[in-house]
Each structure stands twice: as C-alpha cells, then as structure tokens.
Design a protein around this ligand. Structure first.
Ligand code: FUC
Length: 798
C-alpha cells in the first residue's frame, strides 16, 4: 500500500526538478504532555477562556476532515484523542453561540516505560503515526480523518500477536458546566455518546466502534468503557454528528428554535460507522488518500532546502534562536495547505477561527467566523495554492446567510440613511464581524461596513481564479451588484465626496486626548467612529470596481451600474499624510494622530492587499511601504501574516520574509500551529498565502512571476500555483533569476506574463512550436492561450 501511495504522490508532482517526493512531516521523539485542562476558570478573557490547555495548544497533532477535528497526543500511558465537531456550540463567550469540545476519547494502555518512541504527522498522506517498543513488542498506530467517508479511523497494531490490551474510555467534556446533557453507553463493541445542548436544541451523537482482530472485547455498560484484551490489531472507527442544518432559519430563529429538537443524528452517524466497517481499513485508507492527495499533491514549493532530521520542536527552536531554515519555511507552507484541506471542505462549514480544532469549553472568540480579517485570511491562499475546492465551504455558508445579510442591510439603511431605504425591496446585503455557525451579525461597532467588501473579495477572486462562468452569473456577480447597492445607500455626501458614515477602522483604539476636537467620537471609550475611514472607503471602491469589471465580463447592463460609475469617482479613498503614510483616517495629518501606532490591524492597507487600488499608483505603494515601516512588525500571529502579504504586494521580498521569519520565531507553537496567541488558524493560512504571494501574483491582469523573492530564497522552484485567469504556473530560478516558467492554461484566454527581461525569452507550446507573443516593453508579454495547452518560457535574459 505504502509504495503505491508514495508513487501516486511522486507522479502528482509536475515538471521541475524533484523526482523523489519530499516528505513533509512534523515529528517528535516524545508524546505530547497532558496535564489536562489545567487552568479552568483562570481567566475570563476572550483570549484565554476558562479551559486553557497549554499542552493541547502547543503539542498535540491535528487531523481533520472539515466536519470533525481530532487532536492527538500519542501517549502510551493514557492516550488522549480530543474531538471537535464544528456544529457543536454552547452559549459561547459572548452569549451568541460558540464552539465547544465534542468529546475526549481516552485509551488506557498503561505502558509507562517505552523505547524507540516516535510520533509524527505526515502531510503528504494526512496520517498521524505513533510507534514505540514496549516489553520487546513493537507497537504502531495510524490516525486519519477521511472526508469522503466522514469518519475518523485509528488503527493499532503490534508485531507480536495478542499484545494489544487497553481500555477505550470516552468522556463527554464540560458536563459539570451544565450547558449540555449527555450519557455514554457501551454495548458489545460500540460506544455511544449522546446528549443535547438545550440552548440551540442541538442533539449530538458520537460513536466509537472497536473492531478487534484476535483477542476479545468486552463492554462495561456501567462505566461506559470497552476493554480490549490480547488483540493482534484493532481498528477504531469514530463518527460525530449533530442535528445542525446550515440555513437561514438556523441563523435567524430564536435560540431554542434554531434546530429541530425532534431530529437526532443517530441514523446518519450509525450509517457512517456501518459503511466504514463494511469497507474495511485498507479501502478507507485508500479513499482518504486519493481524496486528500488530489488536493495536496497539486503544489510543490522547493526553496532549495535540505530536509531536516531534527524533531520539529528542535527545528523550530533552532530557527527561533536565529538560524533561518528554508526547510521549515517550506514545511510550514505545506502545513498551511494541510490545515486548510483538513478544516474546510465543500460540504463542511468553513474553517473557523481555530479551523476545526478546539478542546475548549468556551473557545477563544467563540471559535467564530470573524469577518474583519480572520475568516477572509483563512481563504486568501485557497485559490493561489490550488485549493479552490476548499473555498466552496465559504460559498455555501454565504448562500445560507444571504437572507440574513439582506435583512441586516435593510435595517442598517433604515437606521443610518433612512431616505435611501427601498421599502420591501432590495437594499443589498451586509455582514459584520463576529459570525458563527448559529449567528450572523450586522456591521458596525468597532469595524465599519467594509467587512462586507472584505468578504465579497473572496467571491470575486474565486471567479477570477477559476473562471467558472456559472459561479460568476449565479454567485459572484449578484453578490457584488447587491453589495454595491447597499453601499450606494449608505454613502453620505460631504462636499463633493461620498463617505461611509459611520465608519470605523477595525478595532483600532484611541484615547480621548488624541481625538479631542476631531469630528468623530469614541465608542465605548475606545474605538474612534467617524466618516470615511480608508478601510471602508477602500472596500467600497474595491466592491464598485469589481462589480464593474464582472458586469463587463457578462455584458450586463443593469441601470444601477451608472450609479456605481458616478459614485466611484467621489470616494477619494486613498490619502497620503504628512509623514508620507497612507492615512487610516481622513482627519489624521501625521501618522497615528489617531489610533495606536503599533496596532495589529493594518486595515487601511487592505486596498493594497487583498485589494488592488493602492497597487495602481507607485506613490501610493511607496506610502504603503512607509506605513508598514511605521507600524512595525511587533505584532500578533495573523497580523504578521497580513504584513507579509502586504510586503509581497509591494514587491518587498526581504521585508515579506522578515515578517514570515518573525511569525515563525515568535508566533508559532511546537506543533506549528499559529499563535495569535492563543492558537488561531488564520496565521498559518495567512502565511501560507504569503509564501504563494511572494512567488506568484496576478491581481493586476498579469501573471507576475517571482515578484517578491527574498535574497534567502536564492534558488528553487515551485510547481502548480494558480494565477487569476485559471493558469497553473510553475517556475524554476537560480541565483534569484528565473530560468524556466511553465504555464498551463485551464480556461484559455489571454495570458499576460510579467518578469524582468521576459520580452527576449523564447516561448513554446507543448509540441515545441514557437508561440506568437506581443511584447509590452521589456518585462511583459501577452499571448492568446489555448485551453489545456502548456507553455514553456525559456532563456529569460534579464
Ligand atoms: C479580531 C482581532 C483579534 C482576534 C479576533 C478573533 O477581532 O482583532 O485580535 O484575532 O479577531
């Protein structure tokens, strides 16, 4: 099996260089420590909720299939396997719902003195492994979470028959907190955990099937455990489910009416377990591998690194002590892709703030979908790293919440600009910051309504990358037209300008002293609320501009487009201040006249990344660079990721790398999870996007190859990254110079490529025939591509 799997991986790597596949894994010579949820009730802050668990956060290994997240400790005394189901929420930290741990599955082995211990998380296969010797017997475990079969599989083997004896002892966590009911039953070889979260009428069920080969199993009905005695090997099948339905009703209804209390997940959970049992371990593994590899195997990034033999925490420690290492940088890029595939699939909810992993009672910031940067950042790299399918989870979420977002838009217009309200008609849609699986907020408060444009950028980009016309017609364009309608109704005339009002630069805080005499006011004594923050103006501009460009593609002539054409000229979104900075607020003169100078959010640079407006003028790009210098890199996990992507957009490869370096040094746990802190997935996924953005860009109608290559990535190659227009790009470079670029056209159309000196290069199709190109100066060419054809660009002279 292994040989076949590795061969498939090898073949999946395309043209350049690597003949042998690179094996990316995290590994440790020790199990994860487990001191338990040691700090219950220690703090009430949303950053460190009540059940903070250092060992879980820093040492456990995550696997997941989008629906269910599993954290593995790999222990030999008592193994701890913690399960999360994205749909299981309690009241949460803000009382509006929040992710909470689903279950703990403990395996009592009582094997204290072991040797040759190794645990690993293999990213090529998405399988976690544990192996060790105990009393001269070699034990092995494999863990994976299959998306196609929606099942978690754990396989335990030993090299001597009859050596596996342990007790499977599940726990329903946080029962004592009285927000859930629950009981465990053990019958034959099946453990069932079930109960209700009364707040949302959420019924949940988890099943664990214990399949032994050799030996025996016996259920202890009284304490809800199953004992395995002297088995040769054991397969554990685990499935979780709830009666959650993603729908407007779930978001809209009062708490107890969100879900149907009469619906139980019992049948679907049982069916999944039965199917998995019928399939058997080998078929499950193959299904999982094929599904995973189809996504993961599409991209390789080789930074000319030497694979490390160090355990991951040592590898990280060395990097943290000052020795950068491109192997770790590559590994973390692929880990980002792994984490996205594991936490966001077509039919699952999107990746939340922690992806799909939470051992918490109250997950930090409710484990929600935070729309003032975090959830968008989760998907920034989904398209460029060839994982467009993972974004579909967000599209489905968007479709489900759209009716609520429409309601919010109407209420917003009614509240802030009632004259513009179209009664009973279309007022567009808007979403605010703190959404979760049960709740969709309106915009406002510490983040202005730019949150809508921030979100919509993802929908536009999905189309631009995939060129999926159906998506354009049915999702992206209607979304943009409607969002623009909303914006058109909330812009307030200020002289000859149109400004968003009220407007707030997300979460920036000011002192009363700072804003004395300013036109805005402080809300809650902290957030400065005013008119026309760059964040809001910028996203109105981006949304208008995207709407016009999509309308153009469709040849759509909606009369409302004229309103957009007229209003876009009055937005005046980018202003440069006295210190040469991009202003965050219109009324600021010098940098940080208003707001904290080192604030983590750089919302006024959103029109640089993920937006495009700042990119259009060199003087604005210079001002953006200055702003980043002033803001500095002393910041949190995801905030470094935003800086990294912004530097990449500016073509500042070394500075982008500085941000990445700092992220790895200061905001990365030993299991390579991103730390804000606490653990949030956004930093991992945001820096993954950052690596791709340094190697390939396509935001300005041109494929820019190696646009922000840092000096330390002197030589290397990448295969399979994606550019807008649906081009799959590979490139090879030496001493900082591209020697070979390959472009596969997946949708046909004009292909424009930008690289220093490219005009003199030779370009051939897959048959070696020269391709006719149009040269635009020395550094840019374009040609008409044929769907399915691959083009090779060689002899690039700089
Ligand atoms: C935003 C950030 C916080 C945190 C939270 C989940 O509100 O400002 O730092 O990441 O999201």
């Amino acid at each position: 099996m292994k040989t076949i799997l590795m061969l498939t991986f090898c073949l999946a790597l395309s043209s350049f260089g690597d003949t042998a596949p690179r094996n990316y894994e995290l590994w440790e010579p020790q199990a994860a420590p487990n001191n338990g949820r040691s700090k219950w009730e220690s703090t009430k802050s949303s950053k460190r909720p009540k059940s903070y668990d250092h060992d879980w956060e820093r040492w456990s290994y995550p696997i997941g299939n989008g629906y269910t997240g599993v954290s593995i400790f790999g222990r030999t005394d008592t193994e701890r396997i913690q399960l999360t189901d994205k749909t299981l929420h309690n009241r949460g930290i803000y009382g509006k719902g929040g992710l909470t741990s689903f279950a703990e599955v403990l395996l009592d082995f009582n094997q204290q003195k072991v040797s040759n211990y190794r645990r690993s998380l293999n990213l090529n296969e998405a399988i976690a492994h544990v192996s060790y010797m105990h009393k001269k017997v070699s034990f092995k475990r494999e863990y994976f979470a299959s998306y196609p079969d929606n099942i978690v599989v754990i396989r335990l083997t030993a090299d001597k028959k009859g050596s596996l004896s342990f007790t499977v002892r599940p726990e329903i966590p946080y029962l004592a907190m009285k927000q859930r009911t629950g009981s465990i039953t053990a019958v034959d070889n099946l453990l069932t955990l079930k109960g209700t979260m009364p707040l949302f009428s959420c019924n949940y069920e988890g099943q664990i099937k214990v399949l032994n080969e050799g030996g025996s199993v016996s259920a202890n009905a009284k304490d809800g455990t199953i004992k395995v005695s002297e088995a040769d090997s054991v397969t554990l099948l685990i499935a979780t489910g709830t009666n959650y339905r993603i729908s407007a009703k779930t978001f809209r209804n009062a708490s107890a009416k969100k879900l149907d209390p009469k619906q139980f997940p019992h049948e679907q959970v049982s069916a999944r377990i039965q199917l998995a049992q019928d399939m058997g371990y080998a078929a499950l593994k193959e299904n999982h591998f094929k599904d995973y590899q189809n996504l993961f195997g599409r991209v390789s990034v080789n930074l000319n690194s030497k694979p490390s033999v160090d355990p991951t925490h040592i590898l990280l420690q060395k990097y943290q002590k000052g020795k950068t290492n491109t192997w770790l940088e590559e590994l973390m890029f692929q880990y980002g892709r792994y984490l996205l595939i594991s936490s966001s699939r077509e039919k699952s909810l999107p990746a939340n703030l922690q992806g799909v992993w939470s051992q918490d009672y109250y997950t930090p910031w409710s484990g929600g979908f935070w729309h003032n940067i975090n959830v968008q950042m989760n998907y920034w790299g989904s398209m460029s790293t060839n994982l467009g399918e993972c974004f579909q989870a967000y599209t489905n979420f968007y479709k489900a919440y759209l009716p609520i977002a429409r309601g919010h838009a109407a209420d917003y217009v009614r509240k802030y600009n009632p004259k513009q309200l179209t009664k009973g008609g279309d007022n567009g849609w808007i979403i605010g910051t703190g959404a979760n699986a049960y709740y969709i907020p309106s915009a406002g408060g510490h983040s202005g309504p730019g949150t809508g444009g921030f979100t919509a950028k993802l929908l536009v980009d999905y189309y631009k990358f995939t060129q999926d016309k159906k998506y354009l017609e049915e999702v992206a364009y209607p979304a943009m037209l409607s969002l623009s309608k909303f914006y058109s109704k909330v812009l307030i005339p200020h002289g000859n300008k149109l400004l968003v009002e009220p407007s707030a630069s997300p979460e920036q805080t000011s002192s009363a002293e700072q804003v004395k005499g300013m036109p805005g006011h402080l809300k809650g004594g902290r957030n400065y609320i005013t008119a026309g923050c760059t964040f809001d103006q910028g996203f109105v501009w981006e949304s208008y501009s995207d709407t016009l460009s999509l309308a153009n593609e469709l040849g759509n002539k909606d009369p409302f487009l004229d309103t957009i054409r007229e209003q876009i000229t009055k937005l005046d979104p980018i202003l440069v201040g006295a210190d040469g900075q991009i202003k965050e607020y219109r009324e600021e003169n010098h940098y940080s006249d208003i707001g904290q100078p080192r604030h983590r959010h750089i919302s006024h640079l959103c029109p640089l990344y993920p937006g495009t407006l700042i990119n259009s003028k060199p003087e604005w790009m210079q001002a953006a660079s200055k702003t980043l210098d002033l803001r500095g890199d002393r910041t949190t996990g995801w905030a470094l990721a935003h800086r990294m992507n912004s530097r990449a957009r500016l073509g500042e490869g070394d500075k982008a790398h500085e941000a990445y370096k700092r992220f790895i040094r200061e905001r990365t746990a030993t299991n390579l999870w991103a730390l804000h802190p606490p653990f949030q997935i956004d930093g991992s996924l945001g820096t993954m996007a950052g690596v791709a953005e340094m190697l390939l860009q396509s935001h300005d109608n041109s494929i820019r190859v190696l646009p922000a290559l840092p000096k330390v990535w002197k030589t290397g190659h990448f295969d399979g990254l994606v550019a807008r227009g649906n081009f799959v790009v590979s490139a090879k470079w030496q001493e900082g110079k591209a020697s070979l670029i390959s472009i596969q056209s997946r949708s046909g159309g004009v292909c424009r490529v930008n690289y220093p000196g490219i005009a003199k290069a030779t370009i051939a199709d897959s048959n070696g025939n020269a391709v006719e190109v149009t040269r635009e100066g020395t550094d840019q060419i374009h040609f008409s591509s044929t769907l399915g054809e691959t083009y090779l660009i060689k002899q690039i002279q700089q």
